[in-house]
Ligand binder design. Structure first.
Ligand code: GLA
Length: 695
């Protein structure tokens, strides 16, 4: 709900459990509350007793660079006469249902800002962003463009996702110290090093305590800064990374900040994740029919051809695969990563009859067909590059650095956009393709410039061009499912999820490493978009097949193993595990996720998925090697159940209360040879539980 309290000059934005309050104080907008919903309106009205030693401002709703504002700057401009001081004064507001628009105006310089808020009452989420309008006849130089938040605590922890290629989305819990801590990306994409997720807590754990959390939507350079100073509340700025940022707003132009979604819970990290998951599922993602895919990349690499793909397709269909995907190597002179990127015609040496016979076969086998592309890139050894050396991003006076032997196309240019849209349109209209894996395998290092007046805007224009291309393709081919990939998990954020239905989580498909990566991922994003494959990454023998499956079943399952290397008997195990997954996948896709940390058993990782009506769930239990691996019976407690329901687990009945308070005994399956068990044995088990009716 959104209300304006006239007398108090306050905007009260509230959800079922949270409130966010903005006040007009001397024509400046200040944030006076963000947290648990209180009882009365007057609960939010601060009794302001300013410390007499403090003469600075801190909690501006948009932390602009006004001279007395000591909080980290979220909005900064350079006016044509050299003035940098902002005087953004409140003008008026409009409320339409669950939306609020507030107008701020720097009258002298003709700059108008509209702050937009949208409240999702039962989802406990608020979305905000703003638009800067130049209504003067001079240019306005925008130097910082971010959103601000204030967390009403003096001490706390900053929780974020860090990583690198092959090791994305590791959760970090860090005490907030004095000063500014910044995470972000400068590589032109969302990036591997950090993900635009944050949460702040004042001593929460998985199930209890206050957590303020949010996600930023931008698939280019972004940063999230956390600022702490004595006496003041924790300040957050989240938006475009100010590194190499400068946006010149000409008269009558406008620019939008990235969107920030945020929320609060007093039920710990677990609940904060469930709130984000459910919001993303309900309000960002399209409803699609998710398929279990087979991708031949780890089996055949670049060496794809009609016959080896047909053979894999046959095996894939036998084990129950629903979508067969050909990865890199099907086009141009693409025999390795040194050549061919950019030449999007079918390689006739590998597919002499085109893709039709393979697609026909895949369809006959009852599967859909999907394909890999990397449209924004080019190998210098390609026809495209030879024809258009001027289509590359970079500076004319500087050498262009190749990474993975490739350069980045300047998709801001109209002809480059058209080239990509045209070849994708041909590919998708001439072939029965229902899935695209869209890759981006190198960072943008030499950004170059579009024109000399506004060279730094390239970082924004690139990403906007990328969204534009995807938008056109999505409209033309609404039935095609898109997966966002950037050398693994380098392009995962809530803005790309408006275009892509799912993401490639990481190139690292080691099932144990994946538990760490996927656990971090689950702080921010739901499991239905988290692609996870069973592969032979660490060799067939290192991890039991069941463990590899269970790790991948925590998300949207895919298979990447070389099926040619498995016996009939082993392929039967694949089939059975895929059947198991089909039985439970709706709970994994749509259910509430509980990360069950058992303090007594540090070697166990447990992920529980529970249907919204709490009538059915599934728990994945992993035992990872530690020094003491001699135990194989554990007492496991579940979470989130209905206390008075009776649940059945392996033919035994329990009340929800007893499962949550006391737990149940669980033993890993006896197909593991405990006597000869080596330290490196990785065990796992799926436990299903269901409401028992009519007892
Ligand atoms: C990237 C992707 C992989 C694969 C290769 C193909 O690394 O993340 O999954 O598609 O490119 O070159």
């Amino acid at each position: 709900m959104i209300r304006y309290l006239d007398e108090e000059r306050m905007f009260l934005i509230s959800t079922d459990n949270m409130a966010y309050v903005i006040k007009i104080e001397d024509s400046k907008l200040t944030n006076i509350y963000f947290g648990e919903k209180l009882v009365f309106d007057f609960d939010y009205i601060p009794e302001i007793k300013k410390n007499i030693f403090i003469n600075w401002s801190w909690n501006y709703e948009l932390s602009d660079r006004s001279e007395n504002n000591y909080a980290n700057t979220a909005f900064k401009v350079l006016y044509h006469d050299g003035v940098r001081d902002c005087e953004l004064l409140y003008k008026n507001y409009e409320i339409f249902d669950n939306k609020l628009k507030i107008e701020l105006f720097d009258e002298f310089y003709g700059m108008k800002i509209f702050l937009f808020y949208e409240v999702f009452e039962h989802d406990n989420i608020i979305k905000k962003y703003y638009e800067v309008n130049n209504i003067s006849d001079q240019k306005i130089n925008i130097e910082i463009l971010k959103n601000s938040l204030y967390i009403p605590i003096l001490e706390g922890n900053f929780n974020y996702l860090k990583g690198m290629w092959g090791h994305e989305t590791n959760i970090v819990h860090e005490k907030i110290n004095q000063g500014i801590k910044s995470i972000g990306s400068r590589t032109g994409n969302t990036g591997h090093l950090f993900n635009p997720y944050f949460s702040i807590d004042d001593g929460a754990d998985e199930d209890n305590g206050n957590v303020w959390f949010g996600l930023l939507g931008w698939s280019g350079n972004w940063s999230i800064d956390v600022h702490k100073q004595d006496y003041e509340y924790i300040n957050i700025s989240a938006g475009y990374n100010e590194w190499d940022f400068n946006y010149i707003l000409l008269p009558n132009e406008s620019i939008k900040s990235p969107e920030l979604i945020f929320g609060f819970t007093n039920e710990g990290f677990g609940e904060s994740s469930r709130i984000l998951h459910s919001f993303i599922r309900k309000h960002i993602l399209r409803k699609i029919d998710r398929k279990i895919l087979y991708n031949s990349w780890e089996a055949t690499g670049f060496d794809v051809n009609e016959s080896n793909q047909m053979k894999l397709a046959e095996l894939a269909s036998k084990i129950g695969i629903e979508l067969f995907v050909v990865d890199d190597g099907w086009f141009g002179k693409r025999n390795d990563d040194k050549a061919g990127l950019g030449d999007w015609y079918i390689n006739k040496e590998k597919f002499s009859r085109g893709l039709f016979p393979l697609i026909k076969k895949v369809k006959e086998l009852g599967m859909d067909f999907g394909i890999w592309v990397e449209p924004e890139m080019v190998n210098p050894d390609s026809q495209l590059y030879r024809n258009h050396p001027d289509w590359i991003l970079g500076y004319e006076s500087r050498k262009k650095t190749e990474i993975r032997n490739q350069l980045v196309l300047n998709i801001i240019k109209k002809e480059v956009k058209d080239y990509i849209i045209d070849f994708m349109t041909d590919l998708l209209s001439n072939n029965d393709i229902s899935f695209i894996k869209w890759d981006f395998n190198r960072p943008i290092l030499e950004s170059g410039f579009m024109n000399k007046i506004n060279s730094k805007s390239i970082w924004i224009d690139y990403v906007e061009s990328f969204y534009y291309i995807l938008d056109i393709l999505k409209r033309r081919f609404p039935y095609v499912i898109f997966e966002s990939c950037a050398g693994g998990g380098g392009r995962i954020d809530i803005e790309i999820l408006k275009y892509a239905d799912q993401v490639w989580t990481s190139d690292n498909t080691n099932p144990y490493d994946r538990l760490i990566i996927q656990k971090g991922f689950s702080y921010a994003y739901p499991s239905n978009i988290m692609m996870a494959w069973v592969t032979d990454w660490a060799g067939k023998e290192t991890y039991p097949l069941k463990y590899r499956f269970h790790s991948a079943m925590l998300g949207s399952l895919g298979i990447g193993s070389n099926l040619n290397n498995y016996s009939e008997e082993e392929l039967n195990i694949f089939s059975n595990l895929i059947k198991d997954y089909k039985d439970i996948r709706n709970i994994v896709y749509e259910g509430d996720l509980y990360r069950v940390n058992m303090t007594d058993y540090k070697n166990l990782e447990i992920f529980e998925y529970l249907k919204e009506n709490k009538e059915e769930g599934v728990a994945f239990i992993f035992q990872n090697p530690t020094e003491f691996d001699i135990f194989n019976v554990y007492k496991i407690k579940l979470k989130g159940l209905n206390e008075s329901y009776v649940y059945e687990i392996e033919n035994k009945l329990y009340s929800g209360k007893s499962l949550m308070k006391f737990g149940f005994y669980m033993q890993f399956d006896s197909d593991i040879d405990y006597l000869n068990m080596k330290k490196n044995n990785y065990m796992s088990k799926i436990i299903r539980f269901k409401l028992k009716k009519n007892i």
